[in-house]
Design a protein. Structure first.
Length: 193
């Protein structure tokens, strides 16, 4: 996993983690983070990054851990304050392969992409170059380990996925063996002969 900022986070606002979501009740920080495409205001189906919102904000568990590890927020699990390392342990219990997927989330975020859930597309993440509300996500990303065996039907499925959602389907292959932390991105695009 990544290194966590375990020191007390000065005046950072607390995000309350319940299940796979985090809830931020400070609308000032929520709006600031939302303008950087972290989280979104609750009960808004298509929020605009150009507007300010007064309601609480909801973040994915990937966003909560990323922001916690950067020292930008403090985290709670339920109502109990938690260190980032405790949040990582919790996330690994509530999200299948959290560490593997978070490795890809962090890599894409640090390369400047906007990463959101890809569940409605049958993938792990949707990835934007500009951001939600500014473009349709050009990529859907499925994460796997380099040690997983892929069958030919899995590759066909990625091709069908890209065609059905009109996006490029990306297979993020994480080499998570000891002393290897690389990620290879394989892009699938439906092509008519």
């Amino acid at each position: 996993m990544s290194s966590c900022n375990e020191e007390k986070v000065g005046n950072a606002k607390r995000v309350f983690t319940i299940g796979q979501k985090g809830f931020l009740f400070d609308s000032t920080l929520g709006n600031e983070l939302f303008k950087k495409f972290f989280g979104k205001p609750m009960e808004e189906s298509k929020p605009s990054p150009l507007k300010n919102y007064d309601q609480p904000f909801v973040l994915s568990i990937y966003e909560v851990f990323y922001l916690c590890s950067k020292g930008l927020i403090s985290a709670s699990i339920g109502s109990s304050e938690a260190k980032c390392s405790e949040l990582a342990d919790y996330a690994n219990k509530v999200v299948s392969n959290f560490s593997l997927k978070y490795h890809v989330y962090r890599d894409l975020r640090e390369k400047g992409y906007i990463v959101r859930s890809g569940m409605k597309f049958g993938a792990d993440f949707t990835v934007y170059e500009l951001g939600p509300g500014l473009e349709h996500a050009p990529y859907v990303v499925t994460v796997t380990s380099a040690t997983n065996l892929l069958r030919s039907i899995d590759i066909v499925g990625l091709g069908r996925l890209s065609h059905s959602v009109k996006k490029k389907s990306v297979l993020a292959v994480v080499d998570n063996r000891e002393h290897h932390t690389g990620i290879n991105y394989l892009v699938f695009k439906w092509v008519k002969p």
